[in-house]
Every structure is written in structure tokens, then in C-alpha cells.
Write a protein that binds this ligand. Structure first.
Ligand code: A2P
Length: 275
């Protein structure tokens, strides 16, 4: 009679032994693949896990008997009951080569403390908020554009997303569609959110690197807004190291000053996390 129970206890102990102490072990709920380089997944949110929209967390998987973690911006807003992440697939990436194979029901690890500078608290008050992103750098903005607080603080929110080709823009289009059809977000957001998708390696309505579009002024003409002005404009940047530097230089040239959690400013930056 006792034998099956003992086997079960042993099996449970074995599974628990695999999960390192002090981390959350969450269940994958949904996975969507966009291209051979990009996918998103949703997982359960631990009851006590609090974060500010725009922050990142360390996400991991057991690879063999060791946990492997990478920093991931949380793409879902702070009010969401689930957690969402948008990820690149790096064929030999220590984490993403495994993460890209996850399926609903699988376990994903998450360290307990979120952090980050792409938060509304790190910006001084302004009228227009620019979110500049390339590739998976859209993830923290996926969180912020779904957070009502963003629209309490800003009259206009401009999300720029630049990718190599049109297929890579789909996550951004889906987000805007979701907001426009959401039971309460669509009223809060109204016409405050402007989505500006561009591609660099394919023909499309909007073409080119965001840095070139800022420099030429085409971004502002296309949007029908004045050039960058530190009195009213605020910025957040998330992308590759080179994109961060080039965009930061342009914002500084326009007179905007970088801020942080301790010292709010006119723009903030964060690396897009890959690997
Ligand atoms: P490009 O096609 O001209 O390299 P990736 O997929 O390699 O992360 O790139 C995402 C997007 O970011 C691409 O459209 C790429 O343009 C663009 N990009 C790359 N480097 C920079 C940079 N220094 N400044 C602005 N955009 C950049």
C-alpha cells in the first residue's frame, strides 16, 4: 500500500531538488513564434511578484543540472495576472537555444528581484513620450504602452519600432491591435498612442534606421509633430548597444539629459538583452 506513495514522494523530491532555492518556478501558458528569430511566451505570475512596467527580470531554465539565466524585459504591464516575454532565438545562445523550444506546461525559472531604468519614475514630467526600439527592444514598451499610468503622465506616446523586415514587426502590430480592442485600455489610450514601425532591409511605407529618420527630420514630418524639444519631449531607448549609443547622441544633441531612478531626467536607456 505504501509503495506507490513513496515513489510519488521520491519523484516530487527529485523535481524540487532540481529547482534552485530562492527563485520562482513558473508554468508556461502560451508560446507564439513570429519568425525563425523571434517568439513570445506567457507564463504564470507568482503571487508575491511585484514590478514596475518597463523593468526586467532574470529568466532561466535548467540546462542539464545547472540553471542558465538571462535578463529579459517584462513585456506585460504591471497589472496583468500573467507575465509575457518577447525573445530572440540565438541558435547557439546559452539560454535562447533552449528557451525557443518551450511549450505550454513547461517550467521557466525567474529570479525574485526585477529592476531597470525604463520606468516612468526615471523621467521628469513632460508632454510627449518617445519610445525608441529596435528588434526585441520593443519588449519593455509592450509593458508600458499597456499601462494606464503612461497615459496619465503623457498626452502623446510615440512607439518607434525598427526591424530588418516586415515579418519582425508583427509583435508591435499585434500589441496595438490588442490595445484597440481591449475592454478598458482602448478608452484610456484613445488616440494618444502613435505606432511608427520602420524596416531597413525590405520595401515598406516607412523605411530606414530610426537614427537616420531623426536626423533627417522625416520621423517628425511623418508624425506631424515638431522637432525634439527638451521642454516637452521625453525619451526611452531600448535596442542593441550601437543603436543605444547613436540614439542617445541624437537626443543629447537635441538638448535632452539622461536620467536614472535616483535622478530622473529627460531620457533613459536600457540594453536589449539577447543570448
Ligand atoms: P540595419 O538593417 O541597417 O542593420 P538587429 O536585428 O540586427 O538587432 O537590428 C534591428 C534593427 O536595428 C535593424 O533594422 C538595424 O538596421 C537597426 N540598427 C542596427 N544598428 C543600429 C544603429 N546603430 N542605430 C540605429 N539602428 C540600428
Amino acid at each position: 500500500m505504501n509503495a506507490p506513495a513513496k515513489t510519488e514522494e521520491f519523484a516530487v523530491a527529485q523535481v524540487q531538488a532540481e529547482i534552485p532555492d530562492g527563485v520562482y518556478a513558473e508554468t508556461v501558458l502560451a508560446v507564439e513564434h513570429y519568425t525563425d528569430r523571434l517568439f513570445r511566451f506567457r507564463m504564470t505570475r507568482p503571487a508575491g511578484f511585484r514590478f514596475r512596467s518597463g523593468e526586467f527580470a532574470m529568466i532561466g531554465l535548467m540546462v542539464g543540472d545547472k540553471p542558465v539565466y538571462r535578463a529579459y524585459s517584462i513585456a506585460s504591464p504591471a497589472w496583468d495576472e500573467e507575465l509575457e516575454f518577447f525573445s530572440i532565438k540565438v541558435p547557439d545562445g546559452p539560454l535562447t537555444s533552449h528557451l525557443q523550444a518551450i511549450k505550454p506546461g513547461d517550467t521557466v525559472l525567474m529570479r525574485k528581484k526585477p529592476t531597470g531604468t525604463l520606468v516612468l519614475d526615471a523621467l521628469t514630467p513632460g508632454k510627449r513620450l518617445y519610445m525608441f526600439s529596435t528588434g526585441t527592444g520593443i519588449a519593455p514598451f509592450a509593458s508600458l504602452i499597456r499601462d494606464p499610468e503612461t497615459y496619465e503622465k503623457f498626452d502623446e506616446v510615440i512607439l518607434t519600432h525598427t526591424c530588418r523586415d516586415i515579418a519582425e514587426l508583427k509583435y508591435g502590430f499585434d500589441l496595438v491591435h490588442e490595445i484597440n480592442n481591449h475592454e478598458f485600455l482602448h478608452e484610456i489610450v484613445g488616440d494618444k498612442l502613435k505606432h511608427y514601425p520602420t524596416v531597413t532591409r525590405e520595401d515598406f511605407k516607412y523605411r530606414g534606421r530610426i537614427t537616420d529618420l531623426i536626423e533627417s527630420g522625416k520621423l517628425f514630418t511623418d508624425l506631424g509633430v515638431p522637432a525634439l524639444d527638451p521642454a516637452v519631449d521625453r525619451g526611452m531607448i531600448c535596442g542593441s548597444t550601437a543603436m543605444l549609443k547613436d540614439t542617445k547622441d541624437l537626443l543629447e544633441k537635441a538638448g535632452l539629459v539622461e536620467g536614472s531612478n535616483n535622478k530622473p531626467g529627460e531620457f533613459v536607456i536600457e540594453r536589449a538583452f539577447v543570448g
